[in-house]
Design a protein around this ligand. Structure first.
Ligand code: SF4
Ligand code: SF4
Length: 334
C-alpha cells in the first residue's frame, strides 16, 4: 500500500551532525566543511543541545549523523542521553565502518535503527561512488548490527550513476534482511554542486518511470520503502516543511537550518551561541520559505533548477515538492 507521508506537525525531528570528519570521500558527499566547521562537538555540548530540542514538543526524534558519527568516541553517551531524556526514536546513520566498537557499547533498546548507506547493488557501482572497500564493509556492518540484535535500514541515494541498479537491490535486501529501505534523490549540494549536474541529476520522467515501480517490488519482500515524492501531481498542494514542520539540521559550528537545501549557504535561521539557541537576523532561509512561486520549492529553483521543465516561459510543467515530502510503500507481507 502506497501513501504520501504528510509532514508531522506535532513532532520535532532533529538531524544532528555531531562532527564532519569521515573516513570516506564519497563523490556526492553533501558535507561542506567551509560552511559547517571541521571540529567534533564535545559530549557535554551534544547533551546540552539534545536537551534544547527535546523540550520543543512532546514527541522528538533524533538522527545522529556526521561525517561518520561512529568516529565520535562520545556517540554511546550521546545515544544514552537521548534515550534517557525521552526521544521517541533514535537513529544512527553510518557508512558501515562502525568505529569505536559501537555495537558493543549500546544496547538494542537504546537505538531504534542503525541506518546504513549503500549506493549500488554491485560492488563496482557502489565503490565508484563511495570508495574502494566501502561495499564489503557496509554489507559486513549490516550483518554485524543484525547479529547484535539492532533493527537496520538501508539508504540508497539515486543518481544517474546508480539508478540502473535499483532493481537489483531486491535480491540484496532480501538476503540482508534489513527492516526499512530509504531511497533518496541526489541533492545538488556539497560535492555534487561542483560536479557536472547532468551526470548526476535524474529527470522527472526517469524518476517516475523507475522509482515507484522499484519501491513497490521491494515492498513486496515485506520491507517498508520510503522515497521522496520530488514531483507533485497536478492536483496536489505544495507545502514547505520550513513553514509547516519542525525539522532541525544541526552542525558542529552551531548553525541550525530548517531546510537541507540551504546548507551550502549561510542562510541558517538559527544558531547556537554557547548552549543557547538564537534566531539569526534577516536575510535567512525563513524569508525564502514564504515566497510563493509556481515551481513549488524555492530552494530547488535556486540550487537545482535542472529538476524543472516548462510548458512555456513562466509556466512550469509540474511543481517540485519539498525535499522532505515522502512516499511510503507499506509491507505487503506481515
Ligand atoms: S560516508 Fe557520508 S559523510 Fe562520509 S564521505 Fe560519504 S557521504 Fe560524506
Ligand atoms: S526543500 Fe523547499 S519546500 Fe522544503 S523546506 Fe526547503 S525550501 Fe521549503
Amino acid at each position: 500500500m502506497k501513501k504520501t507521508v504528510a509532514f508531522s506537525k506535532n513532532a520535532t525531528n532533529v538531524f544532528f551532525h555531531i562532527l564532519t570528519q569521515c573516513n570516506l570521500k564519497c563523490r556526492h558527499c553533501y558535507i561542506n566543511k567551509k560552511q559547517h566547521g571541521k571540529h567534533a562537538l564535545d559530549i557535554k555540548t551534544i547533551e546540552a543541545w539534545l536537551e534544547v530540542f527535546r523540550a520543543k514538543s512532546r514527541t522528538a526524534n533524533v538522527i545522529f549523523l556526521g561525517g561518520e558519527p561512529t568516529l565520535h568516541p562520545g556517540l554511546p553517551l550521546a545515544l544514552k542521553k537521548a534515550k534517557n531524556i525521552g526521544y521517541s526514536s533514535i537513529t544512527v546513520d553510518t557508512n558501515g565502518y562502525l568505529f569505536n566498537d559501537i555495537l558493543s557499547k549500546v544496547e538494542p533498546g537504546e537505538v531504534d535503527f542503525f541506518s546504513f548507506s549503500l549506493d549500488g547493488a554491485t560492488r563496482k557501482t557502489n565503490n565508484i561512488i563511495r570508495g574502494e572497500g566501502s561495499y564489503d564493509r557496509c554489507i559486513a556492518g549490516i550483518r554485524e548490527a543484525k547479529h547484535a540484535g539492532f533493527p537496520t535500514s538501508l539508504i540508497y541515494t539515486v543518481s544517474r550513476m546508480n539508478i540502473h541498479e535499483l532493481d537489483l537491490m531486491t535480491t540484496l535486501l532480501n538476503d540482508l534482511g534489513v527492516d526499512r529501505f530509504f531511497i533518496q534523490v541526489i541533492g545538488i549540494r556539497g560535492k555534487s554542486a561542483a560536479s557536472r549536474k547532468d551526470e548526476l541529476q535524474v529527470s522527472c520522467s526517469e524518476w517516475l518511470r523507475i522509482i515507484p515501480a522499484a519501491a513497490a517490488k521491494i515492498a513486496d519482500l515485506g520491507i517498508t520503502v520510503t522515497y521522496p515524492k520530488v514531483f507533485l501531481d497536478p492536483d496536489e498542494t505544495f507545502e514547505c516543511a520550513g513553514i509547516v514542520a519542525d525539522n532541525y539540521f544541526i552542525f558542529p559550528n552551531g548553525r541550525v537550518y530548517r531546510c537541507p537545501l540551504c546548507e551550502d549557504f549561510p542562510l541558517h535561521s538559527m544558531a547556537f551561541k554557547g548552549n543557547q539557541l538564537i534566531k539569526t537576523p534577516q536575510i535567512n532561509e525563513d524569508d525564502l520559505f514564504a515566497l510563493n512561486i509556481p515551481e513549488g520549492c524555492v530552494m530547488n529553483k535556486l540550487v537545482q533548477p535542472g529538476n524543472l521543465s516548462y510548458i512555456r516561459a513562466g509556466i512550469p510543467a509540474y511543481k517540485v515538492a519539498c525535499c522532505m515530502l515522502k512516499e511510503e510503500v507499506g509491507k505487503a507481507k506481515t
